[in-house]
Design a binder for this molecule. Structure first.
Ligand code: ACO
Length: 374
């Protein structure tokens, strides 16, 4: 870590008051607008949490049932914006960059219609981009389906089982908002300039893409593949830490205990495994790797409490749902976009530009008088 003045990460700096979520890093607790995560992660659909987050931030917000229809229509609108040669161009880009490029075409604004388009579009574009990469056509949305079920249908070309749709709902609800994380802060900064919700979301997705934030779950699977067997976990992970690598899926800026989202997602994985949608050997390898990683981190980094974070079981869950690992960050964006939009609206309502200060520590120009004296 090279942060001599301790300012680099703005650790401990409070930059907003929010009604949207509270992250209690000591207790390992996440509250989303008055609801504890474990109360809602299993039972709510994504539409329910979008309605909750948007309440009070637009003139009128439909209830969850009406929102389901409105998001269905917004998915259709997002799909209709695709252009004939998009597949040829965008299939070559990393999926998160392709989805970002497609989102950048959406009109900007501050109203509910703009917000719904932004929430709907990542489901459509993630599925489209992943299908193009396989050389098959993008599928149009089915407006009558709930968001999660339709996202899986657009990806795989078949209606998912109830358990699969419920597992994706658990994921989307679990990641919808999380305090002032890097992407949400980026979204709020942009929103504070009055640029509009689409601009704020583009800032959010750009911050999310980094491997220290939302880009971690793909590399979690790369590590599991490299580990190969439970017996090899300790040896491989020790080597990785010894060579200075960070173990993906572990550690967090705020949590000093286990990230509560890890257990919400592990629970979804267990429920999904009941119907046989989870590779049991993969699950066992992941659990062995997790235990080995935690033991090694306790030994090698005793001064820092490094626990499992949300990304570890994200990787397992999204893999079990058939998302390719290159698309994991796009699926994260589909969930987090609702939080970005709500935070952007909250920031706009405050009506104040975010503009912190820096302290200049570079060289000063030569003093003219001193120069003349020489
Ligand atoms: N593996 C090994 N060591 C780690 C890890 C890790 N996953 N995380 C932190 N450390 C070590 C650092 O090397 C550092 O050690 P040092 O002081 O000996 O150099 C110490 O712990 C403190 O690290 P910081 O960089 O100060 O921790 P920070 O709060 O900035 O990091 C972060 C948080 C970025 C998430 C970090 O833990 C990490 O890189 N984890 C791996 C990537 C990951 O899983 N990201 C997803 C996070 S969840 C999310 O954003 C949705």
């Amino acid at each position: 870590m090279n942060d001599e003045d301790g300012l680099g990460g703005l650790e401990g700096v409070v930059a907003a008051h929010t009604v949207l979520s509270e992250v209690d890093g000591a207790a390992g607790r996440l509250v989303i607008r008055g609801h504890q995560l474990d109360e809602i992660a299993q039972r709510w659909r994504y539409e329910d949490v979008v309605a909750l987050l948007f309440q009070g931030f637009f003139d009128t917000v439909p209830n969850a049932a009406a929102l389901r229809g409105a998001l269905g229509r917004a998915r259709r609108e997002a799909f209709e914006r695709l252009q004939p040669n998009d597949d040829a161009v965008l299939r070559k880009m990393p999926p998160i960059e392709a989805v970002r490029a497609l989102l950048a075409r959406l009109p900007d604004g501050d109203d509910l219609a703009t917000a719904l388009r932004l929430v709907a579009a990542p489901a459509v574009y993630t599925a489209a981009v992943m299908r193009w990469r396989l050389g098959v056509q993008a599928l149009a949305p089915d407006e009558s389906l709930p968001y999660a079920a339709d996202m899986l249908r657009m990806l795989h070309g078949r209606t998912p089982t109830a358990a699969q749709a419920a597992a994706l709902d658990t994921y989307l609800v679990t990641v919808c908002d999380h305090g002032l994380n890097a992407s949400t802060f980026a979204a709020r900064v942009v929103a504070s300039t009055g640029a509009g919700l689409a601009s704020a979301v583009l800032a959010g997705i750009s911050a999310l893409k980094g491997p220290l934030h939302g880009g971690a779950p793909g590399p979690v699977l790369d590590a599991l593949d490299a580990i190969g067997t439970a017996a090899n976990a300790r040896h491989w992970l020790e080597g990785a830490v010894a060579s200075g690598q960070r173990l993906m899926g572990f550690g967090h800026r705020i949590y000093r205990v286990r990230d509560p989202r890890a257990d919400a997602l592990k629970g979804a994985l267990r429920r999904l495994s009941v119907e046989g949608s989870v590779n049991a050997a993969r699950f066992e390898l992941a659990e062995a790797a997790e235990q080995a990683a935690l033991a090694i981190l306790r030994e090698k980094k005793p001064d820092r409490a490094l626990e499992t974070n949300v990304e570890f079981y994200t990787a397992l869950l999204l893999e079990a749902l058939g998302f390719g690992r290159e698309s994991f960050t796009c699926v994260f964006a589909a969930g987090r976009v609702s939080g970005w939009v709500a935070h952007a609206r909250e920031q706009v309502k405050k009506g104040r530009l975010i503009r912190p200060q820096s302290v200049y520590v570079g060289p000063m120009p030569q003093d003219a008088d001193t120069e003349l004296a020489h």
